[in-house]
Design a protein around this ligand. Structure first.
Ligand code: ZN
Length: 212
C-alpha cells in the first residue's frame, strides 16, 4: 500500500482504537528504500484526512511534498528515524493509563509477558519539554536509546515504534494494556517485575523465533 494511504488507514485505526482523542497524537512511516518520511498533518481530524493531506520529508528532514502544515511533532518523528535505522513507523498516542505514569514521571516496568515480548525492558519517561520543541525531540531520542520501542513523554502521551505500521500499533496497544494492568495491580497490591534475564529471553523470542 502506498505510504500516504497507509497513514490514512492508520489514522482511522488510531481513532477507532481509542489510543488518542480529537486531533491529538500523530503518525508517521518511512519508506525503507528512499528514506522518505510520511507524516500526518497538523490539527486535522483523522477521519477526514486523505492521502493528499499527508506531508512528505526527505531523509535529511526537508519537506518535499504536501500542501498541509505537518504535525507539530515533525522534529520528534524525524529525529527518531535519524537515530534508529530499525524503526519504520511511529505512533504518538495520548492514552489514559500510560499518561498516568507519564504524569508521575514513573517508568512502566515489564510486569507481564506481553510487555517483555513487545516492549523489552521498562518503558522510560522523558524530562518535560514543550510540545513540538526540539528539546522534546532530543528527550524522546534519548529515552528510546538504541533498543527501546516506546517511551512516555513527561505529562504528555507516549511515543511508540515498530518495524512496520502493524508492529507500531502492537507496541501502542501492549503499552496501554501494561499500564492499565500495572495501575490496577498497584491499587490492590505490589506487582512483581519480571526478572531481566526472563525479559531478555522473551524479547529475543519475539524478535527472532516467534513465527508460524
Ligand atoms: Zn502529543
Amino acid at each position: 500500500m502506498p505510504f500516504c494511504e497507509q497513514l490514512v488507514q492508520a489514522g482511522r485505526e488510531l481513532l477507532g482504537s481509542g489510543l488518542t482523542v480529537e486531533t491529538w497524537g500523530n503518525i508517521s512511516c518511512r519508506d525503507p528504500v528512499t528514506g522518505n518520511v510520511y507524516l500526518t498533518p497538523s490539527a486535522m481530524a483523522y477521519d477526514r484526512c486523505t492521502a493528499a493531506d499527508m506531508v512528505v520529508f526527505a531523509a535529511d528532514g526537508t519537506q518535499i511534498d504536501g500542501r498541509r502544515r505537518p504535525s507539530v511533532e515533525a522534529a520528534m518523528h524525524l529525529s527518531v528515524y535519524r537515530a534508529r535505522g530499525d524503526v519504520q513507523a511511529i505512533l504518538h498516542t495520548h492514552r489514559v493509563y500510560s499518561t498516568v505514569f507519564g504524569c508521575l514521571g514513573e517508568k512502566i516496568p515489564p510486569i507481564i509477558d506481553e510487555a517483555a515480548q513487545a516492549l523489552g525492558g521498562p518503558v522510560p519517561v522523558t524530562a518535560y519539554a514543550l510540545p513540538g520543541s526540539e528539546q522534546l525531540a532530543r528527550n524522546c531520542v534519548d529515552a528510546l536509546g538504541a533498543l527501546g520501542m516506546a517511551c512516555l513523554l513527561r505529562s504528555h502521551g507516549a511515543v511508540c515504534c515498530g518495524v512496520d505500521m502493524a508492529g507500531t500499533f502492537k507496541t501502542a496497544r501492549v503499552l496501554e494494556m501494561t499500564a492499565q494492568i500495572y495501575y490496577m495491580a498497584r491499587t490492590i497490591g505490589t506487582p512483581e517485575v519480571l526478572p531481566p534475564d526472563k525479559v531478555d529471553w522473551m524479547r529475543d523470542f519475539a524478535l527472532n523465533r516467534y513465527r508460524q
